[in-house]
Design a protein around this ligand. Structure first.
Ligand SMILES: Nc1ncnc2c1ncn2[C@@H]1O[C@H](COP(=O)(O)OP(=O)(O)OP(=O)(O)O)[C@@H](O)[C@H]1O
Length: 270
């Protein structure tokens, strides 16, 4: 039997706040991501999207419930996953190729093999000729490409992405999204993609999961994105089916966003 890549069963995650209280970020979450499936999670700010991703990575343990990775309960770091976060994760003292090589080098792969693979991956993300540039000598979009190559060179079975392109301008962002889709289509790994941006979520995913406003956030809706692939993320946004899906998801999400906004305002006032 094929196990899902990720399976959350009745997962709750609480934190102890600085004033000694408990804050339940997510409660009783049931969520499955199939092998090779591209799933986005959207929800209001502070609803626990990153908390879900951090639990998938094994950086956080659930307070209750289980996270399974290909059928096995996750304890410790998720070795089958690669991550790409919103913040810049490149090592500023390493060139592009040295950044992309790092994971394989640390894993003890022979140097010539590492170099060949790193060159190959930099070329695949469109950075042939930029191997010896340092991060500060690259544009924001180029740095994201290096980070993408750094993640994909490890050939993870699950790719975890937390708003990886939110700092980019819209055109660069759409180029990156198309590139992610091309690369994903070649290998069909499971992807858990966290985003604030509903357009982005619909245009790249197989399925979009909507989270309720926190505290004790949980999925309140799941939408299958039945738009044919391959897709161009800019082109699909003007199709009738996209607009229909957008309206349906926004109908669920809107109220939660308003609640989330209200909660944040009350937090600030308190
Ligand atoms: N280590 C922690 N200690 C205490 N509270 C935390 C901790 N990490 C997260 N939280 C709280 O849990 C809630 C969920 O946080 P999380 O970062 O998962 O939300 P998010 O949906 O990713 O937010 P955003 O959309 O703004 O990035 C927030 O209210 C946050 O303040």
């Amino acid at each position: 039997m094929n196990h899902p890549a990720l399976e959350f069963t009745e997962v709750t995650c609480s934190f102890v706040t600085p004033d000694g209280n408990h804050y339940t970020a997510v409660r009783d979450v049931n969520l499955t991501i199939g092998d090779g499936e591209f799933v986005s999670v959207v929800g209001p700010t502070g609803c626990g999207k990153s908390t879900l991703l951090n639990m998938s990575a094994g950086l956080l343990s659930p307070s209750k419930g289980t996270v399974k990775v290909f059928g096995e309960e996750l304890t410790g770091l998720n070795k089958r996953a690669g991550y790409m976060f919103q913040a810049e994760a490149l090592m500023p003292w390493r060139t592009a190729i040295a950044n992309v090589s790092a994971g394989l080098q640390f894993a003890g792969k022979p140097q010539n093999e590492v170099k060949e693979m790193a060159e190959h991956w930099l070329a695949r993300v469109g950075l042939r000729g930029f191997e010896d540039r340092y991060p500060h000598e690259l544009s924001g979009g180029m740095r994201k490409r290096v980070a993408l190559a750094q993640t994909l060179i490890m050939d993870p079975d699950i790719i975890l992405m937390d708003e990886p392109f939110s700092a980019l301008d819209i055109q660069t962002r759409q180029l990156m999204e198309n590139e992610v889709l091309d690369l994903w289509a070649q290998k069909k790994k499971a992807v858990l993609f966290i985003t604030h941006d509903l357009d982005e979520a619909i245009s790249i995913s197989d399925r979009v999961v909507v989270m309720s406003a926190g505290p004790a956030s949980h999925p309140i809706g799941e939408f299958v994105i039945d738009i044919a692939r391959p897709r161009d993320v800019a082109e699909v946004r003007v199709t009738p089916r996209f607009i229909e899906l957008h309206n349906a998801i926004w109908a669920d999400l809107r109220e939660e966003v308003l609640k989330g906004y209200e909660n944040q305002r009350n937090k600030v006032k308190a």
